[in-house]
Design a protein around this ligand. Structure first.
Ligand code: ADP
Ligand code: MG
Length: 937
């Protein structure tokens, strides 16, 4: 039994608290109101405004206290004591983020009338529901990332409609998956923060549980066809025509109604103006396994490491960053579109100085996509509009730079950079240069913008001027030198006279306030002026507010133009990023062709990520004709996985329109990339079982086409050697014979290498290593032909297996004639490297030459593909079942001077080699280790 820890599943504490429900009748009016709101928003955690705080009660309070690390207090009234926890409204963002990150949906119940004016209980209502997928507050979002809420509905014909919406930017798209696998794959790619699944279908789980989305149980009405149609008609002209299936329609309607519901008062999502429908075939399909194992966005290793995205991301603004992310999630398959991007990257790569200037200018670009959302929800602040203005202000400069670059593609990009001068002017004439944070306190709009405003501000100014002069005037009139004029919030303007001078106070002064050492007065004129000043100021402030709102809504009408500009800026930034990486990393422009017969030819290719972390990275060629399968062998750590991934990444890069790390590259346009990493190579993932490996394999065998690239890395390891080899072999044959997909298969099954002799279009490649005495150094260089062996014994030595065991194992291996590149093989003649497919006689003679007892002389020999005749291959794979006597040929060898019992050492060595570590549980491993140790005592 495997011992492990499992945490209880999290159950969000939502719905009305039990303790309150029990006392429903006796609760104070405020708590009844709370209870009511909780009942209306059963699936959410209600945060209830009480003055300057959002409060939660009972179980919810405990959750808030724990997650937000705030103090749990008590609220006491005549009906009882209730746990309570609150977060300050002024500073709520950080706390809300924690709650959302913990997968809570939060209903914000705000006071919707002024507490000072309310008679009795203040009215409250839920103004917004915040959920992981529908967050819009900038403070709660990662600035350069997308944040989708997605929804799925099933059609009668078994296909699935999928819709996704980024509420913060208004990006919305719809597609169909033909089956469940396609569905999971698409969702993995979208990586929604939240998923709504139609109640009439089975639930959907992410492939990678750790990257899980938060599934929401939506109200059934949400997916009703009629409701979806009516919701959609607010966004699309002919929804039923524009969308392909009913499932698409229902999914899209559901996601939009859900988003409307969460935005509460701000319900309208007018900025969702472009709902895009695409076919899955329009992109290079990368399923979760490929995205994961190619480390496009996340690093698989345990330590922090770079991903492809990290390497590519030299963007200057959030718009560009998100754009680059989208490109990488959905590489292109349309040759023209790929070439267009490549053209632009080429032009920008050549212009390093202008590119640097453009990137500098782009740093000023504000997140227009999210801004548009805020404008249209009526949440954009004066400062937001000023930032829009600042962005628009750099557009002409951007265009100037682009004009200077000679490129048709960039000219087109240039044309799309509309500086929106009308909007810029509208903002600049209306808003002051540096508006305050608060919208309601005035000082936002230039007085010159509106005559009424100018008049009110003039009146206010004149009044203040009069007051400013009042002090001198009154000192003069009364002869009181210490007389002063002041102002405070409660009493307004006053004239202050110290006690010794009170005799000199004139008749028209009225007493306002008595202090310890002085008295404060006002005069009828001062009172009149005061009313005038504050009246004018108040009216001016509210007029400013009105003017601002109307400016904002005018700009809201221009949403589409701003969105277009945002897209143009985003793409320019992403292209500059690719060009910057290409220039700095010495990438070249790939040649991309869509004729299937061409295959793939990379010269001097590098792994874009590994090369940045490796001191000296060894470039390698890759040359596969269409439909070719390459079996890659070589010792552990020799570079097999890196090599295969670099080939796939080179294709991905080319298909997003990027240059590639190589000296030359001719690439096909792939429709899909499949990667399958065998159990032993994905131990870090922790959840790779043989079963899962096999079901993933099934998927390739079903869906792969002759335009697919398949990477198989140590597949078939999670079972017995014989089964594993059999499966690996059958798989390879099927892929080769039936699918015709280009395939790279890294394997430790040397038995597989004979396939190259049997079938046209299967070749062997291997990674060589040099030996200095007993030490193995990896060359990381790919070469034709199969490798000699797995170097298992050297690895055992590196891992610290005692020397006698290593030596003994070596002689055992040699005695059965399966030369394995071990220490005794130092004497092995170096075989030819050139022939990709060694013929049989050659190999037989080589194996025959494996003479165990010749003393070692050679050092630094290149050990190359020493292969075995077929009979010996079988022997290797069944070595564990050989009768023990067979191995004793070397016992008593004078070279081994060892106090340990040799027989047991041999048994241990044999047992060790036969172990299938990948399929053992930790407990089994421990037990086996213990047994082996007792064998040696
Ligand atoms: P394998 O799959 O054969 O066990 P990997 O591909 O995981 O080997 O490579 C092992 C390590 O070798 C990598 O982590 C990397 O550090 C290094 N390596 C791989 N390929 C190269 C190369 N071409 N040049 C330099 N170092 C490399
Ligand atoms: Mg590997």
């Amino acid at each position: 039994m495997v011992v492990g820890f499992s945490l209880p599943p999290m159950t969000p504490v939502t719905g009305p608290p039990e303790t309150m429900l029990e006392k429903e009748r006796e609760l104070t009016p405020m708590l009844s109101q709370y209870l009511e709101l909780c009942a209306e928003h059963e699936d959410a955690l209600v945060l209830f405004q009480v003055g300057d705080f959002y409060e939660a009660f009972c179980e919810a309070a405990e959750a808030v206290a724990r997650i937000c690390e705030v103090t749990l207090t008590q609220r006491e009234d005549s009906t009882g004591t209730y746990p309570m926890a609150g977060i300050p409204i002024d500073n709520a963002s950080g706390y809300l983020k924690r709650l959302v990150d913990a997968d809570y949906r939060i209903a914000l119940a705000d006071q919707i009338e002024d507490a000072a004016e309310a008679s009795g209980l203040v009215d409250r209502a839920v103004t917004r529901v915040i959920t992981p997928g529908t967050v819009v507050d900038t403070a709660l979002l990662d600035s350069g990332s997308t944040n989708y809420v997605a929804s799925v509905a099933e059609s009668d014909d078994g296909t699935f409609g999928i819709a996704a919406l980024d509420v913060s930017t208004g990006e919305c798209f719809v597609t169909t998956a033909s089956d469940r696998t396609g569905l999971t794959e698409e969702l993995d790619r979208i990586a929604p923060a939240e998923l709504l699944v139609a109640p009439d279908m089975e639930s959907v789980e992410p492939t990678d549980a750790s990257a899980g989305w938060s599934a929401t149980d939506p109200a059934p009405e949400l997916f009703d066809r009629g409701a979806a149609l009516s919701c959609l008609s607010g966004y699309l002209a002919d929804p039923a025509d524009r969308l392909e299936t009913d499932a698409e329609l229902r999914a899209c309607g559901a996601v939009l109604s859900y988003a409307e519901y969460t935005q509460g008062d701000d319900g309208s999502l007018e900025y969702v103006s472009r709902i895009r429908r695409y076919d899955q075939r329009e992109h290079l399909r990368l399923d979760a396994a490929a995205i994961h194992s190619l480390e496009l966005f996340e690093n698989r290793g345990l330590g922090a490491g770079e991903t492809l995205f990290d390497v590519l991301d030299e963007t200057s603004c959030a718009l560009g960053r998100r754009c680059l992310q989208r490109w990488l999630r959905r590489p292109l398959v349309d040759r023209e579109a790929i070439e267009t991007r490549l053209d632009a990257v080429a032009a920008l790569t050549a212009e390093s100085i202008r590119r640097a200037k453009i990137r500098e200018l782009l740093k000023a670009a504000y997140d227009l996509e999210r801004l548009v959302g805020r404008i249209s929800r009526g949440r954009a602040t004066p400062r937001d509009l000023r930032s829009l203005y600042a962005t628009l202000a750099v557009v002409p400069e951007l265009r100037e730079q682009l004009d200077e670059i000679d490129s048709t593609v960039l000219e087109a990009a240039d044309d799309r950079l509309d500086p929106l001068s009308d909007i810029a002017e509208a903002i600049d004439t209306a808003l002051v240069d540096e508006p305050p944070m608060e919208l309601t306190e005035g000082g936002v709009i230039r007085p010159s913008y509106d005559d009424r405003l100018a008049e009110l501000r003039a009146t206010e100014r004149a009044g203040r001027q009069w007051v400013a002069e009042l002090e001198a005037h009154e000192r003069d009139r009364t002869g009181i030198e210490s007389l002063s004029v002041g102002h405070n919030q409660v009493h307004g303007y006053y004239i202050e006279v110290t006690n010794p001078n009170l005799d000199a106070v004139p008749e028209d002064y009225t007493r306002r306030q008595t202090l310890k050492n002085s008295e404060r007065f006002y005069t009828p004129e001062l009172k009149r002026r005061e009313d005038e000043i504050f009246g004018a100021a108040e009216r001016a402030d509210s007029l400013e507010y009105e003017l601002f709102c109307s400016l904002r809504s005018d700009i809201g009408d221009e949403t589409e133009r701003i969105q277009q500009l945002a897209t143009a800026i985003a793409e320019l930034d992403a292209l500059c990023s690719l060009a910057t990486v290409a220039a700095a990393g010495d990438y070249i422009r790939p040649t991309v062709h869509d004729e299937k017969a061409e295959g793939l030819d990379i010269e001097g290719g590098r792994h874009p990520v590994v090369e940045t972390t490796q001191e000296s990275f060894v470039p390698n060629d890759a040359d596969l004709s269409a439909g070719e399968v390459a079996i890659i062998t070589g010792p552990n750590m020799s570079g097999k996985s890196t090599y295969m991934r670099q080939v796939a990444l080179t294709c991905v890069l080319a298909q997003i329109g990027s240059f590639v790390p190589a000296e030359a590259a001719e690439l096909p346009i792939l429709d899909r990339i499949f990667t399958r990493v065998g159990a032993s190579d994905d131990i870090a993932g922790g959840h790779s079982t043989f079963m899962r490996e096999m079901s993933e394999l099934t998927e390739i065998l079903h869906d792969g086409t002759e335009n697919s690239l398949v990477l198989l890395d140590e597949v078939g390891r999670g079972t017995s050697t014989a089964d594993g080899l059999a499966i690996a072999r059958a798989t390879t044959e099927f892929i080769h014979d039936e699918l015709g997909a280009m395939t790279l298969f890294a394997t430790h099954y040397h038995g597989l290498t004979t396939l190259a002799d049997e079938r046209e279009g299967i070749c062997n490649l291997h990674f060589a290593a040099t030996r200095e005495g007993d030490e193995v150094t990896f060359l990381h260089r790919i070469a034709p032909g199969a490798s000699s062996a797995s170097y298992g014994i050297e690895v055992a030595r590196m891992a610290g297996v005692p020397e006698p065991v290593v030596e003994r194992a070596t002689s055992v291996v040699d005695s059965v004639g399966t030369h394995s590149g071990g220490t005794a093989a130092d004497s092995t003649p170096v075989s030819s490297q050139s022939s990709p497919k060694p013929d049989r006689t050659d190999r037989t003679s080589e194996a025959g030459g494996t003479d165990t007892d010749t003393p070692s002389e050679q050092t630094g020999a290149v050990d190359d593909r020493v292969s075995y005749p077929d009979e010996e291959l079988d022997a290797e794979d069944n070595r564990a079942s050989y009768p023990a006597e067979e191995f004793f040929g070397g016992v008593g060898d004078p070279a081994v001077d060892d106090p340990l019992d040799e027989e047991s050492m041999v048994r241990v060595a044999v047992a060790l080699r036969a172990l299938d570590v990948a399929s053992m549980t930790p407990l089994e491993a421990l037990n086996t280790l213990d047994e082996l140790r007792s064998e040696l005592q």
